[in-house]
Design a protein around this ligand. Sequence first.
Ligand code: FES
Length: 284
Amino acid sequence: MARRFRLRPISGDAGVASEAPNMIDRREFMRHSFNTAAGVITMASLGAIGFASLLMGQADADGGDSSVRFWVPTGAEDSAWYGDLHLEQMEFQSFVDAAATSTTGMAGASGVWSGLPVNVIYVPHDENSQTTLEENKPRFQFMDGYNESGAYVGSGYEVNEKPEYETLSIHDNMIIIFSRCPHLCCIPGWQLVANDFTSDQWSPGGGDAGGNKLFCICHSSRYDPTVIEKNRNRNRINGSEFDFIGVKRTGGPAPMGMPLIPFEVNGGIIEALDDFKDWYTFCE
Ligand code: FES
């Protein structure tokens, strides 16, 4: 039976505080909260509570193992290529097949791993990385990361240079991203809404131009899932800072990008690894 959570009122949210406690099924929450038009309405009505605290450490459902499962947001059943695969284990080949139908050779999907919202992105890196950089020839790019004050934090190249990041080395033309927006913790999606940022296009350089951005509909933050950088974030409760390897924020109010989750392809199934759990605490 799906677990249900009591939503506590937050300060300044009189509408919630004056009513009987809301109860929400974790599956209902996830299904409505990925950044579709329907999802953002749910986010607005619930307020900015500590959603990650509801999700972290709940591996008994919505995955329950190391496999990453498709998560079909409300309203995307007919539009997303994985619309009929809700809660099915992600098979690597399904991304290869979906990518073959796109202009850029990229494919992405919303998913859930141990109760955490993720986006899984396939990029034809091996095919394109030895050719000249050009439009619509996507590959992973490794760039420098700077904190909110503009100070240099580190380089995305560290995934290939530092042993502690070894499990994040690019492989299988794929990355997995922990998908909570560092602005106010909405859940960005990939091609779940249609605009210039989400169109099936790619431009090199890690800027805001081109399409195929992860897009947060709450306040329009954008992230380039092909740019790997090192950056810094903090746990909002205790203030402790941590450096992480993640994808780059290219625009909008989010102060930095979102962290990667290491994974393996095991028997054709995408399975995530929990090497960097601290990186997923910034909405705590
Ligand atoms: S919560 Fe994502 S832009 Fe505000």
